[in-house]
Design a protein around this ligand. Sequence first.
Ligand code: GRF
Length: 199
Amino acid sequence: MNFAVLVSGNGSNLQAIIEAAKKGKIKGDLKLVLSDRADAFALTRAEKAGVRSVVVDLKDHASREAFDEAVVKVLKKENIQLVVLAGFMRILSPAFIKAFKNSIINIHPSLLPAFKGGHAIKDALEYGALITGVTVHFVDEEIDHGAIIAQAPIEIDPRDTMDSLSKRIHEAEHALYPKVIDLFLKGRLKISGRKVRIS
Ligand code: GRF
């Protein structure tokens, strides 16, 4: 099975995925890294690891739809069976989601449905939550909403800062995401409505 990782920024999850794949912990081929930003550090990580990458920039397309179509075209051409979002900062159009039905996954830095959106770590900290965590979920038309595949809880200490909490969240992400990718590629995830069964 072929998979692609979509990124916009630092790419620490991409790095964890690359390393797990190198160790044989992911049964599948990371064919492509796709970024919507030419300056994403994730592209440097891909290059260092010898993984092919491509930039599809919104600015080069007439509309959001045209941008999404271009991304889908690249992924289909590469015969991608799993689309892994790892810090990809674009909301996918319904057409994109339909083109890869039940084959797009995302990682989010909270225990969904708590703290949806782009500032989940900060929001959990400011809210005074005592437990947060990470969630890997299928992507559907609603933001941070699709069926949950795996979660890992993380306790928040009253002395936690953005830095200290972010560090633990990212460590948990780097441990969890490669495992879920491997399960998907082995055909072990069965989705039925909001329920995901691991066989
Ligand atoms: C991660 O915290 C992930 O949960 C969120 O975006 C961040 C990406 O980080 N969706 P990185 O680019 O993988 O370092």
